[in-house]
Design a protein. Sequence first.
Length: 161
Amino acid sequence: MFDGRSAHLGGIEFSGSARDLYWDALVRGIRKEIINQLEWVDGEVRNYNRNTALRAIDECAGQIIAFIRTVRSAAVKKDRILRGDGINFPPENDAGHWEGTDDAGIRAQTDALKLALPDSPPAVAPTMRQRMLTVWNENQGWLGPLAFALGVASLALPFLL
């Protein structure tokens, strides 16, 4: 199961509850992955400028859609094999309830992310290095000669003692 639990079933035929469990767990896992990926994207793009964030969200939507299509296709093929008897296999049949995980559902969620973007990224506090560089650049007129004088004094001090 996608939530870390194990499912234990009896019998040898892949039908009824076993098949329902397979599809429900698969779709639940896909929905959880969509939520996790969109949460991550939302957190990351808030530090970008708006145009870059919009492009990044569209790119991620395309990647999520491609991922879901790949998983869904593989699940349908695996379902067909599991329903077969080793020699004869029934036709492919997608038994998942994919509402909200299709292309339109993903696009709707990413459009909501775009609407929730701030107009500009949040201000980031300057680092200690950036603050020190600012102080140096703003006071170079007197700090430069002072640093030079201290350097000369430290070199001359051993000769004076």
